[in-house]
Write a protein that binds this ligand. Structure first.
Ligand SMILES: NC(=O)c1ccc[n+]([C@@H]2O[C@H](COP(=O)([O-])OP(=O)(O)OC[C@H]3O[C@@H](n4cnc5c(N)ncnc54)[C@H](OP(=O)(O)O)[C@@H]3O)[C@@H](O)[C@H]2O)c1
Length: 365
């Protein structure tokens, strides 16, 4: 997919000594930090002292990170609560190798291949407020750093068949799609699944539902992306840009049955349409706000069709581990659109802003 980048909006200031080759042992490491810019933030590369692993902490040499829409929203400073991120490390998602362990670490050893969990402190069950405030790349430190230090509880082992670049796509988008379909939706083979657009969460929804033997139907603003989705196992598609009644097209693809599962990443404009074509007993996972949040939700329709509506905010470490077991069992791989080098990180944000990608955008370190 072409990814022409014309405008360098997110400037990079390289003030660095350490090279990536020596990051394993050097006294200083390279990392990006948010810095205030004329509008929102920019990301700036810094040389900082190499972190040290304390009690129950692990040092990870990060080999790859990936972007989510949230990271772009943060750069633009679109969230109410991210006024104080100056100096913190961007990006929730990353994978790498354990290079040192502190005292009393029992879950990992040097050489293990790991990924960070989106929430450093959400282990299992329902989340606590403290767990939800441990989001990496936000309230907790992010992954766009050659080396990170983290509590051993905030890591999972990555599936053996995946590269670091592939594993780096999992913590946010994949776990969210997993939680929406499997944990909350209890998806079954043969069910019709509606996926909105071809971004990170939706393409993982396509990959997972196809691997399970469900019937994914996906929308996009671009026919070339829809063709690619068919090649990946979609049973039907609709172009939401050309066809304002894309939801009726989706219902027709299901033979009039309607969709049993929806990962609603669109929000305000897509939710009422998704509800209109929900099958009896169907499930909608409320995930995103690409068209804005808030909606005129027809509560009577939800009752009439015995629907379930779930709020999903990524998931716990246990969800990540359950998803990894599925990924290993079915040998599934994420769809990576493009891999950028560490020095090119601002261009990765520009590609996300352009919309000229499908699946995931990765930065290699
Ligand atoms: N609740 C959570 O835990 C959670 C986790 C992850 C993401 N999210 C949210 O979910 C949304 C998607 O995140 P992401 O990281 O997957 O985004 P992304 O990778 O940036 O995907 C964006 C894609 O969505 C599609 N899109 C844009 N407007 C659309 C519309 N009106 N209708 C249907 N599709 C549309 C476009 O696909 P085409 O180019 O194919 O048209 C676009 O490329 C965001 O709002 C994000 O904040 C929430």
């Amino acid at each position: 997919m072409p990814g022409a980048i014309n405008v360098r909006k997110f400037l990079i200031a390289v003030t660095v000594a350490a090279s990536s080759a020596s990051a394993q042992d050097a006294d200083t490491i390279r990392q990006y930090q948010f810095e205030p810019a004329s509008s929102g933030y920019q990301i700036v590369m810094k040389a900082v002292p190499r972190p040290v692993a304390g009690d129950r902490e692990v040092l990870v040499r990060v080999h790859a990170t990936s972007l989510n829409r949230r990271d772009l929203n943060m750069l633009r400073r679109e969230y109410d609560d991210n006024a104080g991120y100056a100096g913190s490390i961007p990006l929730s998602d990353g994978a790498g190798e354990v290079v040192a362990v502190g005292k009393n670490v029992s879950r990992f050893k040097v050489g293990d291949r790991v990924a960070g969990t989106f929430f450093e402190k959400w282990i299992d069950g329902a989340p606590s407020e403290a767990a939800l405030l441990s989001d990496r790349g936000g309230n907790a430190g992010g992954m766009l750093s050659e080396v990170i230090v983290t509590h051993e509880d905030g890591l999972v082992s990555i599936p053996e068949h995946l590269s670091y670049e592939e594993a780096a796509t999992l913590p946010c988008a994949a776990v969210t799609a997993w939680a929406g379909l499997f944990k909350r939706g209890r998806i079954e083979p043969g069910q019709y699944v509606l996926l909105e657009g071809t971004g990170g969460v939706s393409v993982f929804g396509l990959i997972f539902s196809h691997a399970l033997g469900a019937k994914p139907i996906i929308t996009s603003s671009r026919d070339d992306k829809l063709q690619r989705a068919m090649d990946m196992g979609a049973i039907g598609t609709a172009n939401y840009r050309n066809n304002p009644n894309w939801h009726l097209a989706a219902k027709e693809i299901s033979g009039g049955h309607g969709v049993d599962q929806v990962l609603d990443v669109g929000g305000r404009d897509t939710l009422p349409k998704a509800l209109e074509i929900l099958a009896y007993g169907g499930h909608i996972a409320l995930i995103g706000g690409l068209t804005g949040y808030g909606s005129d939700v027809p509560t009577n329709a939800i009752m009439w069709i015995n629907a379930t509506v779930s709020g999903v905010y990524v998931g716990s470490r246990a969800d990540f581990e359950a998803m990894n077991a599925f990924i290993s069992e079915h040998q599934v791989r994420p769809l990576i659109d493009r891999v950028f080098e560490f020095e090119e990180a601002p261009a990765a944000f520009e590609l996300m802003e352009s919309g000229d990608f499908m699946g995931k955008i990765v930065i290699r370190l």
